[in-house]
Ligand binder design. Structure first.
Ligand code: NI
Length: 228
């Protein structure tokens, strides 16, 4: 399931992030610092050192916004979120086709996190660069995605994906992984569709007893499938 979360961050939060990133100086390092043996040969970008102050400031902004975001919670059912990372693609930079590693180690806690969902938060507007599409390949084919600054894309971490070369300008982004309460993408999609439909029924004031039964079904499915 690929879900776009419009305005995951508002314009003020995006501006704050950009200001931190533009003044991060030496905290920008080679993106290959955190790539595995599959990703390293195809990864050409810069990213913020995970241990830097700039990273900590930016992570707080992103996590603060997401933990209150109902659509993100409904779609991802987060159990643990890897500390967000930040990258920059200038002209000629690219990240070739790869699948993200299955297990990440949280650098702050040493805890392992299973990457069920990959997330990309766009921090540059599409008119600020050419190229730099995020291309995700799933069972329905290839999806080519460029979103507005502040929009978030979540997609199955099992997908093959790439960032095409930048031909003009600069593309700033944030990326991270989520260990979901529900590991299976198909089950998670069903729960998301059900929750979305329930929200709609709530807004339209549909039959209360039927809604109560459906909410019960939602929670009882989640109870069967959740791993905590
Ligand atoms: Ni990736």
């Amino acid at each position: 399931m690929i879900v776009t979360i419009d305005r995951a961050l508002d314009a003020g939060q995006v501006a704050q992030l950009r200001a931190h990133l533009h003044t991060a100086g030496d905290a920008w390092v080679d993106g290959r610092a955190t790539a595995g043996y599959q990703g390293a040969p195809v990864k050409f970008n810069r990213q913020i050192d995970e241990g830097s102050q700039a990273a900590a400031r930016c992570q707080a902004i992103v996590l603060g916004a997401l933990e209150r975001h109902p659509l993100f919670i409904s779609a991802a059912l987060p159990n643990a979120v890897y500390p967000p990372m930040f990258n920059r693609y200038s002209e000629g930079m690219t990240f070739g086709a790869h699948v993200d590693g299955a297990v990440r180690i949280d650098p702050r806690t040493g805890h392992k996190l299973r990457a069920d969902i990959s997330a990309t938060l766009f921090l540059s507007d599409p008119e600020d660069y050419d190229g730099g599409e995020l291309e995700v390949m799933d069972t329905y084919g290839l999806h080519s995605i460029r979103l507005r600054a502040g929009d978030l894309l979540i997609y199955p971490a099992a997908s093959l994906h790439q960032v095409t070369p930048i031909t003009r300008g600069e593309r700033l982004g944030c990326f991270f992984w989520v260990q979901s309460l529900v590991r299976d993408d198909g089950r998670r999609s069903l729960l998301f569709e059900m929750d979305t439909a329930l929200q709609q029924l709530n807004r339209t004031g549909a039959d209360e007893e039927a809604r109560r039964t459906l909410v019960g079904c939602y929670h009882n499915l989640l109870r069967q499938w959740a791993e905590v």
